[in-house]
Design a protein around this ligand. Structure first.
Ligand code: NAG
Ligand code: NAG
Ligand code: NAG
Ligand code: NAG
Ligand code: NAG
Ligand code: NAG
Ligand code: NAG
Ligand code: NAG
Ligand code: NAG
Ligand code: NAG
Ligand code: NAG
Length: 554
């Protein structure tokens, strides 16, 4: 039931600012990325990629033609600056170079006085694409009406420099719908689409990594609060349909039908999510830059470098829980997830797996363990009063060739409670993962990433006369990443080299909608500390009712 109602009622933060104010700055708390090149002056170029107003842009992405600068660069950073005024939903944005998704973002919800934000991102991982002419496609589907008046006015700039940075991939292959020739967005929508592509790898491929970009929309936006499918109608009179397939999701990568790795997604919350007062002016963790977890597929190289084509498929599943508590993969989910993948290839002229004769890796993927509980309590008149449910999950996966071993170790828990006959819902979720790749020969290098995604959310509705509604919510959530650093610029840690990141957000939010008036208030604290490749950054921000109360940066 999270946020299933106010979405049609939210009329923007009308009370946030006095009328004379200039555009209010909204922001995501993250470790700043410099835009000015710090390296040699041999290359320091700024290129305007897009200056565009997303108004009636649903299904009509921006199409631009990118030409690389003439100087030799190894570092590319983008500055995405957006302003908006009026009332509007949060919107998802996908940026592509050709058929390859390079950036997934979402928008902040505007106010009647207007908002502005800037997000700066290192894009050097895609250098091999930036070195060629590209069709730049930016898909930010927006709809403007008499009520939803806000357009998203955007400026996208790229800065090119030469800084002697890490080696980045030599070739990039998209796992996408590859529709750039039709001027369309290349995302797959699961479960409807078949997210399968076929490629033949260069025989000199020495390393290969797949990043997965995936987020839920519509009935899957709040997947972490979904119920077991059998409970979809348990609170029909108050909530209508609740969404099913449990609060657990797994995204799977298959190569030639063999499971190569999995992703247990971060519970991203967009700026209209649950109660918008939480996310203004501090947006939710990663709302402006959705991380893409990485699966190292190097153990598949003896197979993939056999000069034949191989299939790469992305699937997503939730869970089916039977009445006696037996848990199985549902092999499908509600509508829908927006999904792409990217294969990053590193070539080495001296590498040659071709002699290995198309050998598939050894995959040790025991069935995940799942434990489910569910209890529905009715009052003395038979009305459904309280539903408690939980899922615990664990899995390990090892993919091994003579030269590489990829390991994943994941655990997950979610405790859900719906009470007050469906007016209140809370979920306490925790995801933990440890991914590693080790080379068994030569330099015996290895790298590892460990992450945790804790989330607590409690939301309670109040019903007022004349279809009025209140929402009271509180939350506490976080993101922890510890990484040794691996190849290139990670699409998950967003840096090259090691990362040690701890961030949390906690707060309360209130929303009230009565005839012709809506009020949104909130109190959010955001704590962020990180050490990215040796640079430390610490920020502690507190905002109440749309205004920053303190903001300490060190
Ligand atoms: C966005 O662009 C439109 C069309 O040019 C303009 O009317 C509007 O004022 C702009 N909004 C902001 C916040 O700059
Ligand atoms: C980002 O671009 C905007 C204009 O589009 C500019 O005003 C701002 O200074 C830039 N920010 C950085 C950090 O370069
Ligand atoms: C794609 O967009 C470009 C620029 O607007 C246009 O010139 C071209 O005809 C379009 N191609 C297709 C297939 O629609
Ligand atoms: C998806 O497409 C692949 C390759 O075209 C095919 O082998 C596979 O059976 C399809 N899967 C589904 C579920 O249709
Ligand atoms: C109570 O929940 C059960 C199980 O979901 C459902 O079949 C039943 O219709 C619900 N009762 C009411 C009154 O909504
Ligand atoms: C690889 O396959 C291509 C056709 O896809 C063929 O032309 C080429 O000769 C093959 N190379 C080797 C080394 O077998
Ligand atoms: C997975 O990680 C957990 C937490 O670090 C650890 O207790 C467990 O032993 C690991 N399992 C395997 C199979 O490595
Ligand atoms: C081992 O590491 C050295 C130094 O980093 C590098 O030059 C060499 O190519 C590596 N060898 C292999 C087989 O990876
Ligand atoms: C969520 O909040 C409501 C209202 O404050 C309260 O009744 C309920 O017990 C809370 N749930 C949890 C799990 O704290
Ligand atoms: C709400 O707005 C409508 C149209 O502007 C108006 O007719 C109506 O009187 C308003 N209702 C209240 C309670 O202010
Ligand atoms: C925030 O707004 C709420 C509701 O109007 C109010 O009760 C509270 O006092 C406000 N907080 C501050 C610090 O202004």
């Amino acid at each position: 039931m999270m946020a299933s109602w106010y979405r049609t009622l939210w009329l923007g933060g009308l009370l946030f600012l006095p009328a004379w104010a200039t555009l209010e700055e909204v922001f995501q708390v993250y470790q700043p990325v410099p835009t000015e090149g710090s390296g040699s002056s041999a290359c320091n170029e700024e290129v305007l990629l897009m200056d565009y107003v997303f108004g009636e842009s649903y299904g009509e992405p921006y199409i631009g033609f990118y030409e690389p600068p003439l100087c030799d660069f190894d570092t590319v950073r983008i500055n995405f600056t957006v302003s908006s005024r009026g009332t509007q939903y949060d919107r998802l944005g996908l940026m592509y170079l050709g058929d390859t998704e390079v950036f997934r973002t979402s928008t902040a919800e505007p106010t009647s006085n207007g908002i502005i934000w800037t997000y700066v991102k290192d894009m050097s991982q895609f250098n091999v694409l930036w070195k060629e002419k590209q069709k730049l496609i930016f898909d930010l589907g927006n709809i403007v009406t008499d009520v939803y008046t806000g357009s998203y006015n955007t400026t996208l700039t790229a800065y090119f420099s030469y800084e002697g940075n890490v080696k980045t991939p030599d070739a990039i292959l998209p796992i996408s719908a590859r529709k750039s020739a039709q001027n369309a967005s290349s995302d797959f929508e699961l479960p409807t689409d078949n997210a399968t592509v076929q490629y033949q790898f260069p025989p000199t491929t020495s390393r290969a990594v797949v990043s997965i970009s995936a987020c839920g929309q519509s009935t899957e936006e709040f997947w972490w609060s979904n119920v077991f499918t059998s409970d979809e109608w348990s609170f029909d009179s108050v909530d209508g349909e609740l969404y099913g397939y449990s609060p657990f999701r797994e995204i799977q990568l298959y190569i030639d039908g063999i499971l190569a790795g999995v992703v247990w997604p971060f519970p991203i919350i967009f700026t209209g999510g649950v109660a918008p007062g939480f996310w203004h002016p501090i947006v939710g963790i990663d709302a402006f830059d959705l991380r893409q977890p990485e699966i190292d597929i190097s153990p598949f190289l003896p197979l993939l470098t056999d000069n034949r084509t191989h299939t790469f498929e992305i699937k997503i599943t939730g869970l089916d829980v039977s009445d006696d508590g037996e848990v199985t993969f549902s092999d499908t989910v509600g509508s829908y997830w927006v999904v792409t993948g990217t294969i990053f290839l590193y070539l080495d002229e001296s590498a040659s797996y071709s002699s290995a004769g198309g050998q598939a890796p050894e995959v040790i993927a025991p069935a995940p363990t799942f434990t489910a509980t569910r209890e529905l309590v009715q009052d003395s008149t038979g009305v459904n009063e309280t539903l408690t449910y939980s899922i615990l999950a664990e899995r390990t996966l090892t993919v091994k060739s003579s030269e590489f071993v990829w390991s994943q170790n994941l655990s997950y828990s979610n405790y859900g409670l719906i009470n007050q006959e469906g007016l209140s819902q809370s979920n306490l979720q925790h995801t933990f993962g440890k991914f590693s790749i080790a080379q068994l020969t030569g330099n015996k290098t290895s790298s590892e990433v460990i992450f945790e995604y804790p989330l607590f959310m409690n939301e309670t509705y109040g019903l007022l006369a004349d279809d009025g509604l209140t929402i009271s919510a509180w939350m506490h959530r976080g993101l922890d990443i510890e990484s040794t650093g691996g190849l290139g610029v990670s699409t998950f840690t967003l840096t090259s080299g090691p990362l040690d990141l701890h961030t949390e957000q906690k707060g309360t939010a209130f929303y009230e909608s009565t005839t012709n008036v809506s009020i949104s208030t909130g109190d959010t604290t955001d704590f962020f500390e990180s050490n990215a490749a040796g640079v430390t950054y610490h920020r502690d921000v507190h905002a109440v009712n749309g205004s920053v109360v303190y903001d300490t940066v060190s």
